[in-house]
Design a protein around this ligand. Sequence first.
Ligand code: BG6
Length: 295
Amino acid sequence: PTVSIKDATIEASLPSGESVTVYLYGATVTSWKANGEEQLFLSEKALLDGSKPIRGGIPLVFPVFGPPPQNHATSTLPQHGFARNSTWEFLGKSSSDSGQGDLAVKLDFGLNHNMLSEDFKEAWPYEFGLVYSVTLSKDGLATSLNVTNESKKNFDFQVLMHTYLRVADISEIRVKNLESKTYVDKVRNASTHTESSNALPIAEEVDRVYQDLNPEKPIVVASSDDKTLFSVTREALTDVVVWNPWIEKAKGMADFSPDDAYKNMICVEAGSVSAWQTLEAGDSWEGGQSIKSRL
Ligand code: BG6
């Protein structure tokens, strides 16, 4: 594998042609190429200069999902926390070989309390260590996060891998394996519903938090003729957010471009967001996702 570092971005590629690009800002994956094609959606107006979280790729949400609740340890943090708008450090790469010539390269990134801006340090005054690993193989892309509580008191966190999958045409895709699952519909006053569809089409604004999923059962994005485009399995992440901003919300986001690019993306976000993970002083937690494309 080849790994290069330039302008605060890390790029890795495999001899078989797959590649991944990660910005130190947010440890945000902005590109994943497989089968010669880009697999992730990145807005043409995404800000890549560290002035705003990157619109597209895989922003990492930590330690709070969405607008922070009132009277909570995260209350003064921005929406989706600080991980996606802090500058991480590159900890290094490692390669592995399955023996059948299947090479994989893993890139590790770190963030801790001392690296945060003064505002974030004040807003979330815990000593912590995050190690985020991005593993590229011929098979797919995996991302995992290790959280360590290095402070003397417990802390609560939520976490989510906000993956923007690239699709050719939103009207031609279905999201599968959500049937019979409970979800909170953020478009409909956070009301609770049970999914009735075994192949959910996206034909309007969708912002749903599906809960209590079996992480091993893949969430599949399929074409209308039922070919698998993406398959996402998780570890220790039992919630999945399905999000598409649709016409008006897309227009309303200054960093979302072109306006009709909502047709070219579907966010399938693996996380732990419907409750809080409590991490005791000295303890660690790990969770992640593995994405395969066009099986
Ligand atoms: C999703 C949320 O995860 O992220 C949506 O469920 C939100 O409600 C979306 O609009 C994008 O958030 P942001 O902060 O990147 O605009």
